[in-house]
Design a protein around this ligand. Structure first.
Ligand code: SAH
Ligand code: SF4
Ligand code: F3S
Length: 554
């Protein structure tokens, strides 16, 4: 029997990548995927625990499944990811509808867990038929790292099978057509323990993947047509691989300020051990996989950036001049309570240093910076918030994710600090900061007018897709738009622009600059542009998006 899976992903890019790996792993075992939860035999949620709001979405989805499972008792429901790890079996107690729990560090075990769950459900149902009683016993399949994830003894073995999951990543072309953009994990877990954050508990200790594996994965992706790679880690620039050890746990941060890139990896003159730093890794991927035209990385930690790294970014043209380095707060007192390990002065000094190395708009290579801020952290006063406002003004982020503090059980802030900023104050601060950032984003956009920027063309813009659908398929319900077999959203009635119109007029396409700014432009024959990098002269800026004219044809 072909089992159909519906998989929904919440949370960060790390989860998006995990979902992709899970999909590949299950497809290889004969599972099929569907976008319609009602048509599925297996419903999986890959969850996020970072804020309470993220968890609430999953609770409500699970609540809805309770009714459905009464009508379809064979349905298997799985909760994967950070919420599974954080809540553990308490989650099943609260929601007995859940059959499978699988933490982010255990995803390689998912096929076995699903098998188990199917067998158990079948046995329970048979039991119900034999004895005429309802199958109320919820026998669940559970794989969580629990506290073991922070112990190094078992870590090497556990990490090995997880490493296999990344390595065995399926490059099969999905329903969406060939992929041109991909994530590659370089670091798992986090050791920073910012006091508000669940990630060190859900993702476990920081572990750096061997550089050879990472380069190999990039090569395979490039061979399969990928031209844009985003490296992932919670503190991505903290990457450091000590050769000789199977895995590097608790990698010690070495200040690299002032050190120059020397190529390859370096050998410690005292121990003879060699190390691949983050700068080395970036240079290796850039040089060994030239087919990757754009190399990015997220998320950076403000304290761990050496000049060596900035030099490598500056001197390697295919590394994007884009940094996502969250500041979190503009108040030194709050940063200390958050255990961020830097002061506002140090953070701003870093931004200035990064701009000195990398901001070169005159040669068409501006640096753009994105940030994250938490408002309403315990004890945050109006004065602290005013300092955050001035940090945001000084930082001139391209965009900034602003979050209201959400107390997370198990974290130090939850245990030691009272969530004493009322919600309406959090909301007011959030809105005020959003408005300020929105003006700054606008200014950053407008600075691009008159520049010619390289745009990685991702597809037909959403607006264009809607327009095409309206014009050509009116009154037919949901419509799927495809160009040369590439799906652009929707379903039910598919129209192919090429088949449909002999010579369609210009269409609005969308893409991104290497600094992650969104660009729209008009062009004919979209299939010739999509997946390519083309120069576009910017002539108009709107909030968060640019409009321009291509300077040359692909
Ligand atoms: N590793 C990244 C961020 C991971 S979580 C880093 O350190 O920068 C993504 C963002 O969620 C964080 O940057 C932070 O701004 C926000 N966040 C994390 N925990 C939160 C909490 N308890 N309440 C509100 N926002 C939170
Ligand atoms: Fe969380 Fe801090 Fe680690 Fe980022 S660095 S994942 S905020 S603990
Ligand atoms: Fe959420 Fe886990 Fe990512 S808590 S932000 S999914 S690491």
């Amino acid at each position: 029997m072909k089992r159909k899976v519906y998989l929904e992903t919440f949370g960060c890019q790390m989860n998006e990548l995990d979902s992709e790996l899970v999909t590949g792993q299950l497809r290889a075992l004969g599972y099929h995927f569907t976008g319609d939860p009602d048509a599925a035999d297996v419903v999986l949620y890959n969850t996020c625990s970072v804020r309470e709001h993220a968890e609430q979405k999953v609770w409500s989805r699970l609540g809805e499944l309770r009714v459905r499972k009464r009508q379809q008792p064979g349905l298997v429901v799985g909760v994967l990811g950070c919420m599974a790890e954080r809540d553990g079996t308490a989650l099943i107690k609260r929601m007995p509808v859940v059959d499978v729990l699988c933490g982010p560090a255990e995803l390689d075990k998912l096929p076995a867990l699903l098998d188990n769950a199917f067998r158990t459900r079948a046995a329970l149902l048979a039991d119900e038929v034999d004895h005429g009683r309802a199958a109320t016993t919820s026998a669940s399949a559970v794989a969580l790292a629990g506290n073991a994830s922070r112990r190094s003894g078992t870590l090497a073995a556990a990490e090995d099978s997880l490493e296999m999951l990344d390595l065995s990543r399926s490059l099969r072309i999905g329903d969406e057509g060939p992929k041109t953009s991909a994530y590659v994990r370089i670091t798992r877990g986090c050791n920073k323990f910012c006091t508000y954050c669940v990630v060190p508990f859900t993702r476990g200790a920081e572990v750096h993947r061997p550089p050879d594996h990472i380069v190999e994965e990039c090569k395979r992706l490039a061979d399969a047509g990928v031209v844009e790679v985003t490296l992932l880690g919670q503190t991505v620039n903290h990457y450091r691989f000590e050769h000789g050890a199977a895995v590097t746990v608790n990698g010690v941060t070495q200040p690299q300020k002032g050190r120059s890139y020397t190529g390859g990896h370096r050998r410690d003159p005292f121990s003879g051990e060699s190390t691949t730093t983050f700068a080395d890794l970036l240079a290796r991927i850039h040089d060994e996989v030239p087919a990757i035209q754009r190399l990015r990385f997220v998320t950076s930690y403000p304290r761990d950036f050496g000049d060596d790294c900035l030099e490598v970014i500056r001197d390697h043209p295919r590394i994007c001049r884009y940094l996502h380095v969250p500041g979190q707060s503009g108040s030194d007192r709050i940063l200390k309570l958050m255990n961020r390990g830097y002061t506002v002065g140090e953070y701003l000094e870093f931004l200035d240093r990064a701009r000195a190395f990398l901001h070169q708009p005159e040669v068409g290579r501006p640096l753009t910076i994105a940030g994250d801020i938490i408002v309403g952290f315990p004890t945050e006063t109006d004065e602290d918030f005013a300092e955050t406002v001035s940090l945001v003004r000084r930082a001139r982020y391209k965009n900034c994710f602003i979050f209201k503090y959400s107390p997370r059980p198990g974290t130090t802030a939850f245990d030691r600090l009272v969530d004493d900023v009322p919600d309406d104050v959090k909301r007011r601060r959030n809105n005020e900061l959003l408005a300020i950032q929105s003006d700054i984003s606008d200014e950053v956009s407008r600075e691009q007018i008159g520049r010619t920027v390289d745009v990685f063309v991702e597809g037909v813009s959403r607006r264009e897709a809607k327009r095409q659908v309206r014009d050509k398929c009116s009154g037919q319900g949901t419509v799927g738009l495809t160009i040369g077999g590439r799906e652009l959203g929707g379903s039910a009635c598919a129209i192919d622009i090429e088949d449909d119109v002999a010579s369609p007029g210009p269409m609005q396409l969308s893409g991104r600059t290497d600094g992650d700014l969104i660009v729209f432009f008009e062009a004919k024959e979209p299939e010739r542009w999509i997946g390519r990098i083309v120069p576009v002269r910017i002539d108009r800026a709107e909030r968060l998006s640019l409009h321009g004219v291509p300077v040359s044809n692909p």
